[in-house]
Ligand binder design. Structure first.
Ligand SMILES: *Cc1c(COP(=O)(O)O)cnc(C)c1O
Length: 370
């Protein structure tokens, strides 16, 4: 009934030939060494591949390990990646600062700038974007991007973390790989780090081979926890979407909130794409601008009692991050504006608490700090 947790790092053989064959093959029928393959990790990979509708999946120690492995497996020195500007901070850092040290460069475009992307795509090794992108919770037009990528013969890699396979299956929309931070919705309980890439065996093979030597592989225990998280994924996502919509609607009508970013709201620019690609759902994450700027938003965040100021998203607890005081502290108001973030911008991940308790908490914190 419950999946078997097999924490073994190695597997013993009685037959020398069998040991030699298995070691050469690394991921064949028998297990040899858990950096190469492990039964609990395999079970997790099979479950996520099933949810994403892909031939296979490859698990990693974290979402960043998955994204880094994909970039390194696809590129060598002198190669180029094209990416949407609406990227997770770690991915942005990887493309902007780390990969250039190894001769791999990236060109970033607004995710809706199809002309700009098309103009530079030929000869690039990857097109990278997020289904629902940071910071303004924008939905990417995946079929259009997949079309551009296919015409240029470039693999499209979609970070599907914010949507989860419960809302979107990017490979069915034309992506080559769909990648997740399993730390977020897939795990769902704030108790594991993990990553996973999903796609055809052919597309996954170089990524898996690279990571087998790099060793950023998922631990069996984290795979086991993530398998447990997956059982409730559709229910958790359904609840998070329903509650996030209520929260977004509440905040939209509040005098101290300048603007709400949520693809589930009728007047949100991403609503048509959410209708087309996410089954009309807006996801569990929303953004909003607290009036009064940096100080007001920081005080508001401190006054919350239920929603916790913490990094991460997609779990059972509601979490909030005030960008200007947590993730983008070095930027002044003008610099923040240039990347589309207001000084009072907060990103909130709506958890599984009673939605009216979440809203009461927001109301109290806004009133207390008015
Ligand atoms: C958290 C996150 C990552 C990084 O995943 P880790 O598991 O923290 O390494 C990548 N992309 C997105 C969209 C994320 O939210």
């Amino acid at each position: 009934m419950a999946p078997v947790l097999d924490p073994s790092s190695t597997y013993w053989f009685t037959d020398a030939d069998e040991f030699a064959d298995a070691s050469r093959d690394k991921t064949g029928a028998g297990y040899v060494y858990s950096r190469w393959a492990n039964p609990t990790v395999d079970a997790f990979e099979a479950a996520v591949a099933d949810l994403e509708g892909t031939e296979g999946a490859e698990a990693f120690a974290s979402g960043m390990a998955a994204i880094t492995s994909i970039c390194l497996a696809s590129c060598k020195s002198g190669d180029r990646i094209v990416a949407a500007r609406q990227l997770y901070g770690g991915s942005h850092e990887l493309l902007a600062s780390i990969l250039p040290r190894y001769g791999i460069t990236a060109e970033l475009f607004d995710v809706h700038d199809f002309d700009g992307i098309e103009a530079v795509l030929a000869g690039a090794k990857l097109l990278l974007c997020e289904t629902i992108g940071n910071p303004r919770i924008e939905v990417a037009d995946l079929p259009t991007l997949a079309n551009l990528a296919q015409n240029a013969g470039v693999p499209l890699v979609v970070d599907n973390t914010f949507a989860s396979p419960a809302l979107c299956r990017p490979v069915e929309l034309g992506a080559t790989l769909s990648v997740h931070s399993a730390t977020k919705f897939i795990g769902g309980h704030h108790d594991l780090l993990g990553g996973i890439a999903c796609g055809d065996f052919e597309a996954l093979r170089p990524v898996a081979e690279l990571n087998r030597e790099f060793g950023a592989t998922l631990s069996p225990f984290n795979a086991w926890l993530a398998l447990r998280g997956l059982v409730t994924l559709p229910l958790r996502v359904e609840r998070a979407c329903a509650s996030a919509l209520l929260v977004a609607e509440y905040l939209s009508g509040h005098a101290r909130i300048d603007r709400v970013y949520y693809p589930g709201l009728d007047d949100d620019p991403s609503k048509p794409l959410a209708d087309k690609l996410l089954g009309g759902q807006g996801g569990g994450t929303l953004g909003f601008d607290v009036a009064g700027g940096r100080e007001a938003a920081a005080r508001f965040q401190e006054a919350l009692r239920l929603t916790r100021p913490a990094a991460s998203l997609g779990g059972v607890h509601s979490l909030i991050v005030h960008a200007a005081s947590i993730t983008h502290t070095q930027l002044n108001a003008d610099q923040l504006a240039s990347i589309g973030i207001a000084e009072g911008f907060c990103r909130m991940s709506v958890g599984l608490e009673e939605p009216h308790d979440i809203i009461d908490d927001l109301r109290n914190a806004l009133d207390e700090t008015a």
